[in-house]
Unconditional design. Structure first.
Length: 418
């Protein structure tokens, strides 16, 4: 399985967990191998052998590397010694990065080919795989194209399962993504927007829509309410924070921190308790920034929860009455737990899942929403908790059934071993 993550995002972890579980249920003796951006974590979290997705590293799209061999160390040394020389310093730094990419990619290609020669099936399973936002054309688009090319030459079926389309900003990105999808034995996407955008690449094949693979996870019933007031989970995120997001806007990020802090304060004033939480570990920076803006009175009714796995996040949702989240799987996993959720959407995919779930009335645009507007939506959500919970249970049951039905296609994709 190839997947462009591994750094702890709980949505990505949920997709990996659901996929590995389905494969193990169908073929208990199967040998699984993952190619991700953090193989050591993937191996530890899921009990599979894991290797780097690609040897090419780009900003915000990179894997930890082994000890650098002599050619890379030599190029790094020259770059350090010439870093202050005008023009030459830039050239040698570029040359050292290029040398490292070439050396590590050659090693990664050799390992990938060695594994593919004995493989039966290659999956690009879930997540925003059709995307160049994180690192450009030489990040995920290149990774998908090179895996598709290798699989074709090894005679191994290659399939996309319930993937999302994020964006392709250049001709090269679009060409690489188109090649990967065209070479696949099977390709499904997770929503209608992804299908329309994938078709714009020039893809002529039929592309079925199958919901996000994380819908295959299950959660126990919510805990009963124990005291007056509501438990409200609020999940700030590092959207636009310099160094944390592909597009950066320090002033807008600080405004968003202020928005989340105002939401926490208003929720507590309404007589409720707030639990700040994250669905991606890097968002703890945003949680701490929000915490720093709260006064002592608000902090007394506010706590911080840091879930470290999809299961612990689902357990967290069992204990809240509703949630406010912006990340797709912060919203989606709340639905899996049948917890009503207000989405502060910053991307098409978040609004899409809210629309599909019949929750569009409880979705606002993160970049334009005010605290007063968001609190009005939250109070409306509070008045409809029971009906929203029932609706979400039905929606998730149907989505899960579609995901399970897609799993029945796996035997048809398998390579026939002679």
């Amino acid at each position: 399985m190839i997947y462009p993550s591994g750094w702890g995002n709980l949505g990505d972890e949920a997709i990996l967990q659901a996929t590995f579980h389905a494969l193990r249920q169908r073929w208990p003796e199967t040998e699984l191998r993952a190619f991700t951006l953090h193989p050591a974590r993937t191996a530890a979290n899921h009990g599979v052998a894991a290797e780097p997705l690609t040897g090419v590293n780009r900003p915000l799209f990179c894997a930890p590397r082994e000890e650098e061999p002599f050619p890379v160390r030599a190029a790094r040394s020259i770059a350090r010694r010439t870093r202050r020389v005008p023009l030459m310093g830039q050239v040698t730094r570029w040359a050292s990065d290029w040398t490292a990419d070439m050396v590590f990619e050659a090693k990664a290609l050799a390992r990938a080919w060695r594994w593919l020669r004995s493989a039966d099936l290659l999956l690009a399973s879930g997540g925003g795989q059709l995307d160049d936002v994180w690192g450009g054309a030489w990040s995920q688009p290149y990774a998908l194209a090179r895996w598709a090319w290798l699989a074709k030459r090894a005679g191994v079926p290659f399939a996309f399962l319930s993937v999302g389309y994020g964006g392709a900003s250049t001709w090269l990105s679009r060409r690489l993504l188109r090649y990967a999808v065209e070479q696949a034995t099977y390709c499904s996407v997770r929503d209608s927007g992804s299908r329309a955008l994938t078709a714009q690449l020039g893809i002529k094949r039929d592309i079925p829509i199958v919901p996000d693979l994380a819908f295959a996870l299950t959660c126990k019933a919510p805990w009963p309410r124990r005291r007056p007031g509501y438990e409200v989970g609020i999940s700030p995120m590092t959207y636009l924070r310099p160094g944390s997001w592909p597009s950066e806007d320090a002033a807008e990020y600080q405004r968003l921190v202020g928005l989340w802090a105002d939401l926490v304060t208003a929720t507590v004033i309404d007589g409720n308790r707030v639990q700040l939480f994250v669905s991606a570990p890097e968002d703890m920076v945003a949680v701490n920034d929000v915490w720093d803006r709260l006064d002592e009175t608000t902090r007394a009714d506010t706590s911080i929860n840091q879930a470290t796995s999809p299961d612990s996040l689902l357990e967290f949702y069992r204990g809240v009455d509703m949630a406010i989240s912006s990340r797709l799987h912060g919203v989606l996993l709340a639905m899996v737990a049948a917890r009503p959720v207000l989405a502060l959407s910053h991307e098409r995919k978040v609004r899409t899942v809210m629309d599909d779930a019949g929750m569009s009335a409880f979705c606002a645009d993160l970049t334009t929403a005010s605290a007063d507007e968001t609190m009005a939506i939250l109070r409306d959500l509070t008045d409809h908790l029971d009906s929203c919970g029932e609706g979400l249970r039905d929606y998730v049951a149907n989505a899960r059934a579609s995901v399970v039905q897609q799993q029945e296609l796996l035997p048809q994709l398998l390579k026939q071993i002679q």
